[in-house]
Design a protein around this ligand. Structure first.
Ligand SMILES: NC(=O)c1ccc[n+]([C@@H]2O[C@H](COP(=O)([O-])OP(=O)(O)OC[C@H]3O[C@@H](n4cnc5c(N)ncnc54)[C@H](OP(=O)(O)O)[C@@H]3O)[C@@H](O)[C@H]2O)c1
Length: 415
């Protein structure tokens, strides 16, 4: 049945914790459903959402029987509703971006997994923050674009944000218990700095010259992690680590200068916290997102995630090196955006979303992603966004600015 927001009714009397999985058809979404299935006595899947992938969402609806399923694209929602009607499903289908926000504020939903990719994840995440949900934050872009707004909304709305990004989840686990939920690093608890680890991505050992001709498939082929296409490309450019520096700065209320980045190719240490007495606490685990997802879901409890333990004897050794800012300029761009403040992180994010999509579509080369990002960050004049509407119009204008640069100035890939 296809419903508009006003007819939405809740369908539960269960005592389980109810969860909405935003972006359920993606990499984080499917890992989340795997963890939920292993812990079905504790959680009830209340809502699932996707954008266009009707086939996957249809199968998920049959399996998990959520109260609601929402799709960003109305024609996809109509097709999903038709198939679910035929299957006599009780799931109500909602359509369009507003439906995502309606689900996020539904009072019968306690937990929101924010796993939509990109800026599109911001409205439901912000709505969940305003309405006091427990937010499991995978969608780093919403924290990058609207860090202050989102953390303020969560404080005012009584929401808690538990990071799912493996690095931030690791830091959350290593921070002192006293200030984990709204950590004020540097103020109390003896924390001196945060150390984000980075795998270095698939091109860690390539020269700049070799990077000129890398293909989309090579960029998507991450050595350790299996992820969606956008974050895979971000990992290859190391913009992902840059976005994570911004995310960590807002999430943990810490100056950019106190966030180190260390390349650790084995990806067993997910991140670390340094203390003023010389101690360093690290969180280790397999490169499997089900660990941080399970932690964020159940914290302060622990639940089964289906992840193999690390075999330290087989692992043998771990390595660390400094990031190379010449071959991977995106990391420095993110730090620069943080120092510029105001709307700069949002502008950089908008440019990067455009550049990554243009690369995936074969219209620019891999090395031009950083050029687009740098150009837009330096040249686009962003006023300080004072409202959500300001953020949206700034995002839109920065995207147009990036597209215009690509159209008129960026070199085209050789066919
Ligand atoms: N994957 C990881 O290991 C990982 C680790 C840390 C953080 N993250 C973060 O988690 C987020 C999700 O990453 P992912 O790798 O899971 O991405 P993904 O595999 O590409 O999945 C993205 C999900 O978002 C949905 N979506 C895309 N555009 C949308 C729109 N405009 N409106 C509504 N829904 C939309 C997709 O629906 P369709 O399938 O219908 O397109 C899909 O369900 C990203 O912010 C990423 O940075 C991911």
């Amino acid at each position: 049945m296809l419903c508009c927001g006003s007819n939405v009714v809740a369908l539960t009397t269960s005592s389980k914790e109810s969860i909405a999985v935003f972006g359920s058809t993606g990499s984080i979404g499917t890992s989340t459903l795997d963890v939920l299935e292993r812990n079905h006595e504790r959680y009830e899947v209340a809502a699932l959402t996707a954008n266009t992938d009707v086939d996957t969402l249809f199968e998920q609806c049959l399996k998990y029987q959520p109260w609601f399923a929402a799709m960003g694209v109305p024609s996809a929602a109509a097709e999903l509703a038709r198939r679910l009607d035929q299957a006599n499903s009780v799931t109500q289908v909602l359509e369009g971006p507003d439906a995502l926000t309606q689900i996020a504020v539904n009072p019968e939903i306690a937990i929101v997994m924010a796993a939509i990719v990109g800026f599109a994840g911001l409205p439901p995440t912000l709505a969940a923050a305003q309405s006091g949900k427990r937010i499991l934050l995978a969608n780093k872009e919403s924290m990058v674009v609207a860090g202050e707004l989102l953390t303020r909304a969560a404080k005012q709305g009584g929401a808690s944000i538990v990071p799912v990004d493996s690095e931030h989840n690791a830091i959350f686990q290593c921070l002192p218990e006293s200030n984990r939920c709204s950590p004020d690093v540097g103020q109390q608890g003896g924390v001196s700095s945060l150390v984000l680890t980075a795998s270095g991505g698939p091109f860690r050992q390539l020269s700049l010259e070799q990077m000129q001709s890398v293909s989309v498939d090579e960029a998507l082929n991450h050595p350790n992690w299996s992820m969606g296409p956008k974050i895979s490309v971000d990992s290859a450019t190391m913009m992902n680590k840059g976005l994570e520096v911004i995310e960590a700065s807002y999430l943990f209320n810490i100056d950019e200068s106190l966030i180190e980045v260390v390349v650790h190719p084995e990806s067993f240490i997910h991140s670390m916290v340094r203390y003023i007495d010389g101690s360093v606490l690290a969180q280790l685990g397999q490169a499997d997102m089900r660990t941080p997802i399970a932690h964020a879901l159940a914290w302060p409890d622990r639940i089964e995630a289906g992840v193999e333990p690390i075999d330290f004897i087989r692992l043998g050794s771990m390595h660390f090196e400094a990031p190379d800012h010449v071959r991977f300029p995106c990391l420095a761009l993110a730090r620069e955006a943080l120092r510029m403040g105001d709307g700069a992180p949002g502008v950089l994010n908008a440019a990067n979303e455009i550049a990554v999509q243009e690369f995936l579509d074969g219209r620019i080369r891999f090395i031009d992603i950083a050029k687009v990002n740098s150009h837009v960050l330096q040249q686009f004049e962003a006023a300080a966004p004072e409202s959500v509407d300001d953020l949206f119009s700034m995002d839109q204008s920065a995207r147009e600015f990036a597209l215009d640069y690509i159209e008129h100035q960026a070199p085209k890939p050789v066919a």
